[in-house]
Design a protein around this ligand. Structure first.
Ligand SMILES: [Zn+2]
Length: 247
């Protein structure tokens, strides 16, 4: 083999891995998936049932969140997208994550989460996500928001991962109505914020949230402090309360 041939082989071997996804890449995934759900439903507009009709309305309007994550948690790395709507997920089953098990999504009532009775250990273990299955979502559906679905899925897909350490970058596309106007935000809701605070504080995961300009905003160090939510919102959306329209 000539010298030049061998150096070509070496160069091919040393091809750098693809770069980590950026906020721009994750935002694009959210937009593509939202458009895809709307397109799939529009394609059979005449045969939609009531739930699907409402899902189409939400996908094209407000009250539906798409979130994408890039994770470097050891043993649970990767990029994925989830949607707050189960009906939307059923529309794009290959692209959108189910969001872990139904126990994880359902969560548990506060008195059970806080009880030390070993009778609940099994239920807590089944519903638990993140490090040592230590976080259980509140009962009533908040564990099925888009961001919990991503962490549920990572926990469920990676039973051998400690779900501890590494970094997560989240791009959130939350759309809602405020004062009769449509608004959007890159913020997690207060409940999902609590889960991310647990990930940061108890599981040593470095958490970053994409802001409106496509920059990575570090999660507040003092996320247990009640004022820290509005500090993050100011950095992510430009206002102390989630939303990007003038307040
Ligand atoms: Zn939420």
């Amino acid at each position: 083999m000539s010298n030049s041939a061998s150096s070509q082989v070496n160069q091919a071997d040393q091809k750098p891995p693809p770069p980590d996804p950026t906020c721009e890449d994750l935002k694009k995934k959210n937009t593509e998936q939202r458009d895809q759900v709307a397109r799939n439903l529009r394609a059979r507009e005449d045969e939609l049932n009531q739930e699907e009709r409402l899902t189409l309305e939400k996908a094209e309007g407000t009250r539906m969140t798409f979130s994408s994550i890039f994770s470097t948690i050891p043993g649970a790395g990767g990029t994925m997208t989830a949607c707050s709507s189960g009906c939307a997920q059923a529309c794009s089953p290959n692209e959108l994550q189910v969001g872990g098990t139904s126990e994880m999504k359902m969560g548990l009532k506060k008195d059970i989460r806080e009880s030390t009775d070993p009778a609940y250990d099994d239920a807590k273990d089944k519903a638990g996500v993140l490090c040592d299955s230590s976080y259980v979502h509140p009962g009533g559906g908040k564990g099925a928001h888009a961001e919990p679905k991503l962490l549920n899925q990572l926990s469920n897909d990676s039973p051998d991962s400690p779900m501890r350490g590494g970094k997560i970058l989240l791009s959130i596309d939350w759309r809602f109505n405020k004062g009769g106007k449509q608004d959007s935000s890159g913020m997690p809701c207060q409940s999902c914020y609590k889960m991310l605070c647990h990930a940061a504080k108890k599981c040593d995961i470095k958490v970053f949230i994409c802001d409106k300009d496509g920059n990575e905003q570090p999660f507040p160090e003092d996320c247990e402090n009640p004022t820290s939510y509005s500090d993050l919102s100011t950095r992510v959306d430009g206002y102390p309360q989630p939303g990007r329209n003038p307040q």
